[in-house]
Design a protein around this ligand. Structure first.
Ligand code: HEM
Ligand code: SF4
Length: 607
């Protein structure tokens, strides 16, 4: 894991102290709410539908067990609303049926961050101090700046890796943090980076996607994609460079972001992302970036060229842990065998949740945070503590947040798999559903988010409840189901094999369903947005629509073919017809009516 330097530590502590001072002045009435707002947002403190939301940055998804324990403490002691705040929220919920407002939780996001939904603002400084004890913070998790840089959850351990992307992600983190020129971009800016042949980081869906590759001379460099994004105009990023030498990446990104900063549409929030600029300007933008890049490397003297010594220094932080650091379980008196009557479950877990590793003696194991009774990606305090214990026991003290909102243990001995399965099962984290239907992505939706048109969590819950039979789930095979509560697309509905999008109609919750989207992974094929099957469905109809789509899949499926492959082979029409014929059949009546958001939308826009 990356070892933060004394500089990092001092910087984060200083930020926490600065926030405390701002909060105290705000509470004393000498710093107005309007003055405080942009300052707190710069540290990840938003105000949402009912309460403040904190977004904590997890650079490229890496979490130590010590960090997980601090996150558990925050969930347990601080993610607790005042009674009147919660009563008010529940009061609104009571008018819509089932309550889905978990407290005491962290929520893993698709961009490898973690969010908390209930921390009272008055306690925010204490939380920042706690985070700082383990080098964590919320800097640049909000606002129109370069956000947390995400990566492949298997970075540094994937057998299909060309080069480890983490040292580059870390160098780019340092470059982009408080970069004075890029603090007020036209809109948020998201970078993802992968070093493997399979794209597990959805790079083509980002403002900038970086793919480490080798050229014909075996030199290392980047394929640079620019202008991907979701929202109301889903766009796949364009290739701006097929090969850029690795040491030029910062010089080149300076040019990419500088021209965007200069030309981006600040006059229109909906046209401000770089994807719109590239759509509008095309070759003119590309030429301007090239001219700017030439200026930077010739006239300016290529000031951001990465020296080999610097790459070596940063890379040294990512040296794999020595196996001796975590003794095999055999020496710790933990049972390391699976009972005969649990073998089916265990074998399924090996198949879905365990991935190969560069070191043949090791495996990468995903702990599933997709289970009945919890929103996708939600972890309560005990589960965060348990994940920390499992990381210590089995994975050299390291875990990673995955793009699919789970946690991955990257350094597990193959010989320890039975013991890990037993321990994770006890904690409810060994469900063998990774990449299956119930391993869905969902945003917080209307339960928490002030921009929502509809709730995501009850839809996720209804589908999870319907597909509890593990035989059926495994038989259906690998499926990406992605749910967003509005067109901002935080739940990546565009890239789901099945996408569900909350839309606003008559003040009620409605959902558009799309099919055939891809995030660019090996399972899904070339990245592409899904196609909408028709007019929106009422909330209660959605589970039936999913069922109709899956029944159609079963009817047309060849052998063990996946849903996405059957869809591509058979075509969209058969599935579209099936989805629409499920209207008004089999509806669930407890999902209805989302009250309109309550005036905090200004903060939400910054998210
Ligand atoms: C309740 C808190 C949240 C709010 C208010 C919020 C708000 C937003 C907004 C306004 C955008 C669109 C920005 C634009 O296109 O210019 C956005 C994009 C995005 N959000 Fe969220 N978000 C929230 C939580 C989350 C969570 C929990 C996740 C992950 C599960 C997430 C992941 C994303 C991603 C990946 C995008 C980029 C989509 C794209 O490519 O355009 N957000 N969010
Ligand atoms: S997709 Fe919409 S509802 Fe969901 S978190 Fe994003 S802004 Fe909120």
């Amino acid at each position: 894991m990356y070892q933060y330097t004394a500089f990092d530590r001092q910087f984060i502590r200083h930020r926490a102290a600065q926030h405390r001072d701002q909060l105290e002045r705000n509470l004393a009435g000498t710093l107005s709410d309007d003055e405080f707002r942009p300052l707190r947002l710069q540290n990840g403190w938003y105000v949402q539908r009912y309460a403040p939301m904190l977004r904590v940055a997890v650079p490229y998804g890496e979490l130590s067990s010590a960090q997980l324990r601090v996150l558990a403490t925050i969930a347990r002691e601080y993610d607790q609303p005042k009674k009147e705040v919660f009563d008010k929220a529940i009061g609104t919920q009571a008018t819509w049926g089932t309550t889905h407002l978990p407290v005491g939780h962290g929520h893993f996001s698709t961009r490898q961050n973690i969010q908390f939904n209930w921390i009272p603002l008055a306690k925010s400084a204490d939380v920042m101090d706690l985070l700082a004890t383990v080098n964590m913070h919320g800097i640049q998790t909000s606002g129109n700046c370069i956000r947390n840089i995400t990566s492949d959850e298997l970075a540094g351990i994937a057998p299909d890796e060309i080069a480890d992307p983490r040292p580059f992600a870390e160098i780019l983190r340092q470059w982009s943090t408080l970069h004075p020129e890029f603090a007020f971009l036209p809109r948020k800016f998201k970078i993802a980076i992968t070093g493997a042949t399979e794209d597990r980081a959805a790079t083509a869906w980002h403002d900038v996607g970086l793919q480490l590759i080798r050229n014909a001379d075996s030199e290392l460099g980047f394929k640079v994609l620019v202008g991907g994004g979701m929202g109301r105009t889903p766009m796949i990023a364009s290739t701006m460079r097929t090969f850029l030498p690795w040491n030029q990446i910062m010089n080149y990104l300076e040019a990419v972001v500088r021209v965007y900063n200069r030309w981006g549409r600040r006059d229109n929030l909906y046209k401000a992302r770089i994807k719109i600029l590239i759509k509008a300007e095309g070759q003119r933008y590309i030429d301007e970036v090239e001219a700017e890049y030439q200026q930077i490397i010739t006239v300016d003297g290529a000031p951001h060229t990465i020296p080999q010594a610097e790459l070596d220094r940063v890379s040294a932080s990512f040296i794999p842990p020595a196996l001796a650091e975590y003794a095999p379980v055999a020496s710790k008196k933990i049972a390391n065998s699976v009972a005969a009557n649990r073998q089916t479950d265990y074998q399924r877990w090996l198949k879905q949740n365990v991935a190969a590793h560069q070191n043949p003696a090791l495996r990468a194991v995903t702990l599933s945070f997709k289970r009945l009774g919890h929103a996708p990606g939600d972890a309560d305090a005990d589960q965060l503590d348990t994940a920390a214990d499992l990381a210590d026991e089995f994975s050299a003290g390291e875990a990673r947040v995955t793009h699919d909102q789970n946690l991955l243990l990257p350094w597990v001995r193959a010989t320890d798999l039975p013991a890990l399965w037993v321990a994770a099962s006890h904690a409810g984290l060994a469900r063998s559903n990774v990449r299956l239907l119930t391993d869905m992505i969902a945003c917080p939706g209307g339960d928490f988010c002030a921009l929502a048109n509809a709730r995501s969590i009850p839809i996720a819950a209804a589908i999870t409840e319907r597909y509890q039979d593990m035989d059926e789930l495994h038989d259906l095979g690998e499926i990406d189901l992605h749910i967003s509560g509005c067109i901002n697309s935080c739940g990546h509905h565009h890239s789901g094999h099945i996408g569900v999008l909350g839309v606003d109609k008559d003040g009620k919750e409605w959902y558009q369903v799309s099919l055939g989207g891809s995030d660019g992974s090996r399972l899904s094929g070339a990245p592409v947005p899904g196609k909408v099957v028709g007019p929106a469905f009422d909330a209660g109809e959605v589970p039936g629509v999913i069922e109709a789509v899956l029944d159609t899949f079963r009817r047309h499926r060849n052998g063990r073919e996946t849903l996405i492959d059957t869809l591509k082979r058979v075509g969209f029409e058969a599935f579209k017809t099936a989805a629409n014929s499920a209207r008004l059949s089999d509806r669930l009546d407890n999902l209805h009516l989302l009250p309109k958001a309550n005036g905090y939308a200004r903060d939400a826009q910054e998210a």
